[in-house]
Design a protein around this ligand. Structure first.
Ligand code: CAA
Length: 300
């Protein structure tokens, strides 16, 4: 397999996905990692989530304490974009799911990064071709979509933009393998790619069931975990990935396909307006004691 030899990765965004991606890069692949966010408190929160996850792996014996310390040493937190990008052969963007914000970021990153480096987006639904069009080297831009929690979920979707080169796709396949992940290739840059095209309508439908008063959240989740064998019910999963993220994905799919079947349930928009974003804000359909937990309790 040809392509770029990766030693250092810059992860842009230290949120629910970014912190986990940085950890996988440092822990499984052994890469040097810089972890960027726009404010020190966001970087600190990302680092705290990594420490929390590593302590879970240590407590169940998956890794030992010296290995966890080594992983932490490989991760350099920063709020400076130029510092983050320095020496990185692979840049993984895990910023908020907002097309305009991402396009602005791609302009800036393209000015500062090495023209030979790869710029991979962890976007859940936004067009890779659109993001690539904001850069000087669209052949080096690709979708690299991880799943939450990146530390545990074994899949990466690779998405080819209109101008993505074969060498870029090969490099991302090799990097994913180094991270211990399986890959699938999305040959066309289609809104929602593969997984979210299937998942989001189901999650959205569960939100409609709540807004129509058909059943309580706990019963909807119980029905789907016990009836369909999902590890988490759809409303808990909405909270887990972030109501704002799920709404953005639905909106991108609605606009991309111009088809009402992707119209977001109105309660999701109301929840975002009210700051009820799920796990990351402490409350959504459920109450969440911390952003790094999987344990939620029913909202009173
Ligand atoms: N790091 C390390 N370990 C972790 C962890 C983390 N971040 N989160 C959980 N764990 C560990 C726990 O310590 C626990 O370990 P033990 O079994 O040894 O006790 C184990 O994982 C299981 O965790 P829990 O018992 O707390 O909870 P669970 O049994 O429900 O498993 C889960 C958690 C793996 C997240 C499981 O619920 C699951 O697979 N849920 C579905 C996740 C999913 O669908 N993700 C995709 C979302 S879609 C997406 O991400 C794409 C998008 O674009 C929106």
């Amino acid at each position: 397999m040809s392509g770029t030899q990766i030693r250092k990765v810059a992860v842009l965004g230290a949120g629910l996905m970014g912190h986990g991606i940085a950890q996988v890069c440092a822990q499984t692949a052994g890469y040097e990692v810089s972890l960027l966010d726009v404010k020190q408190e966001l970087v600190d929160r990302g680092v705290a989530m990594i420490k929390d996850s590593l302590s879970k792996f240590v407590s169940k014996g998956t890794i030992d304490k010296p290995k966890a310390d080594e992983v932490m040493r490989r991760i350099r937190p920063t709020t400076d974009l130029e510092t983050a990008l320095e020496g990185a052969q692979l840049v993984i963007e895990a910023a908020s799911e907002n097309p305009k914000l991402k396009v602005d970021l791609y302009h800036k990153v393209s000015e500062l990064m090495s023209p030979k480096s790869i710029l991979a987006s962890n976007t859940s639904s936004i067009s890779i071709t659109l993001l690539a069009s904001a850069t000087k080297n669209p052949e080096n831009v690709v979708g690299m979509h991880f799943f939450n929690p990146p530390q545990l979920m074994p899949l990466i979707e690779i998405i080819r933009g209109a101008k993505t080169s074969d060498a870029t796709v090969d490099s991302i396949k090799a990097a994913a393998m180094q991270m211990g992940k399986e890959t699938v290739l999305c040959k066309k840059d289609s809104p929602g790619f593969i997984v979210n095209r299937v998942l989001m309508p189901a999650l959205n439908e569960a939100a409609f069931l709540v807004s129509e008063g058909v059943a309580d959240p706990e019963d909807i989740d119980k029905a789907i975990t016990l009836g369909l064998g999902w590890p988490m019910g759809p409303l808990k999963l909405l909270d887990y990935v972030g109501i704002d993220t799920a709404l953005s994905i639905s909106d991108v799919m609605m606009q991309g396909f111009d088809d009402n079947k992707y119209r977001a349930s109105p309660n999701l928009r109301e929840m975002v307006r009210a700051g009820l974003l799920g796990r990351k804000s402490g409350k959504g359909f459920y109450e969440w004691p911390s952003p790094s937990t999987t344990k939620a309790k029913a909202s009173p």
